[in-house]
Design a protein around this ligand. Sequence first.
Ligand code: KG4
Ligand code: ZN
Length: 346
Amino acid sequence: MSARLLLAIESTCDETAAAVIRFDLRVMSSVVSSQDDLHARFGGVVPEIAARAHVERILPVIEEALSRAHVALSEIDAVAVATTPGLAGSLLVGLVAAKSLSLATGKPLIAVDHLQAHIFACRMEAERNIFPCVGLIVSGGHSNLYHCAGPCDFELLGGTIDDAAGEAFDKVASMLGLPYPGGPHIGRVAMDGDPQAHRFPRPMLRDREGCDFSFSGLKTAVRYEIAGPGQPDISASHLTPQQIADIAASFQEAVVDCIVGKALLAIERTGLRRLCVGGGVAANARLRERLADESSRRDIELHIAPPRLCTDNAVMGAIAIERYHAGLFESLDLDAQPGLVRASRH
Ligand code: KG4
Ligand code: ZN
């Protein structure tokens, strides 16, 4: 008998994505339709525009994923969809599509936690078990640390109390006059800059502050560096390319210090020796380098999702296969939960 097949759907924010994955975790197809071009001129994701774009794209994206996998809808054994966290309108589009396909095919419906899926992206690359581990998600919307006892057992250790890491990258990029989404542009520009040029703050890095993060003070420090305190308008037009590169590199170094410091604290507190990292910011080359250095020095087993699986995609929805094996199916009453679920053990 041929391997069973999962159809995974992702529409939590501004990527419309679908993937067909075999139950042995072989990826048969992955389609990601990014909306970056639609949101770029606003400097951030506009929820209403995102939801409308998902409506237009969801069926073509699913059809493309099936067709690239050479699979008919009737051959799918389960339908998975990310239901939390995310933008309400965006989540609903994927959810309605998944419910309809589940109803039409009579195949089980499985709910995916988008943040847990970001960690599972590491499993897809590792090709072996990654649990138990400390899970670190650094994305546009979240900076969270988890104790992941198993694929269906995540406990939140800490998270950002204000901006997410990716949000800070995007806002600082916009201050520096770099295009949206800013993270990759900061990473590129920072390569020519001096990370020691400016000593930006590393908020909440002390142990006693636990595994929570804060990035808004750092963002404000960068703002003062560019425009001066109390200036309502911010423009980088007076800065030379070298000055922009130095600010980008110094900012990036501060964010990386905060993320690495908190990840190591979580390792220490849990006693676990394995760290799995996912989310858009995990594509950052400097963060990857520093995590690799610090982990090898401390003998920590490190898994970072490959860059193509760091940003939003449906392949990481393969975590639903674990839920399938655990018998965790949903009824058609399944709802979207835009807010973060702090702990999930089921
Ligand atoms: O995980 P993701 O695709 O979406 C959310 O679930 O939020 O993450 C998107 C975020 C954006 O803020 C983007 O600027 C950031 O990830 N990002 C990066 C890099 N690539 C994407 N940040 C820093 N360096 C990168 N190379
Ligand atoms: Zn994400």
